[in-house]
Design a protein around this ligand. Sequence first.
Ligand SMILES: [Fe+2]
Ligand SMILES: [Fe+2]
Length: 353
Amino acid sequence: MSATMNASTEQAVADTVLTPRFYRTDFEAMDRLDMGPIRRQFDDLLEEFRADANRNFFERDPAFAQEIRELSPELKREFLDFLVSSITAEYSGCLLYGEIKKHATNPDVQTLFGYMARDEARHAGFINKSLRDFGVAVDLGFLQRTKKYTYFAPKFIFYATYLSEKIGYARYITMYRHLERHPDRRFHPIFRWFENWCNDEFRHGEAFALLMRADPRLLAGRNRLWIRFFLLAVYATMYVRDHSRHALHDAMGLDTDDYDYRVFHITSEISKQVFPFTLDVDRPAFRAGLARLSRLSRRASAAREERGVLGRLRGVLVQAGCGAASAFTFARLYAQPVVPNEIPAQVRLSPAW
Ligand SMILES: [Fe+2]
Ligand SMILES: [Fe+2]
């Protein structure tokens, strides 16, 4: 690793179970996507992308600089962690969509992914300006060259990316609506941008919903098991990560648990547009399982901090124990009953939250 790499670039490069990843896929298979079955809705969507309502939106206004406040060290640490994981996710989308566009010969694929890469580049750039204010901008070029890429077959890209776009929308809109009601809790001006911003994410999610609907096999048979896996993995990752950021939510006046379940409800409601079931997030056993995953994750990170020979040895054993217990808890969550859903004929939704 470079000696001059700053802490946020280092955090963005690191891969853990909880951090956003960079992806590669089968570009030739992506190029063969056939929009025939969804042609009309697909063309409407491209029209929205072409209209580019957010063209001049990601610019700072004069009030921005005045709204930047001094943050307590704990809040600053968690806010930076939030910005760095957000920029990593945005940039991950930017690179993946950009690569799909670059390899494509199919004009539908080229156009769609070109627009989505454009949006994600704007999002990442806008976050990086705020990181720069703190003196810790992420070196995106370095990140692109250094971070490990995970290969996912196209169908896994669809499930994972669809969910991350929609959950991203739900997270941003829930924060935005809350801070709209409590402007005194808006400790940084970037949150004022979240409303139009999340409409971009919503539209990206719509694109993946259509792509999945173009090939109904992706939503049936054994693939239902994969959908279930991705739903649970995305929800559990968000829950565990958010529950390690209490200062951030406290500053906004949000209860972390309440915020997460609101986001799950919105995401589940939206995902009924394509997925044949939703997770039953209100089951007490489901909630207990997520809470247990979060406790195990905190215990494992405390063990990672152990010092001294015996301390480290104990730390390694505790971490291994937590890893096994987490895998078991995840498997039990996976086995819980889901709520069946009839997939509607019309796929497209408009943001209504
Ligand atoms: Fe984005
Ligand atoms: Fe997006």
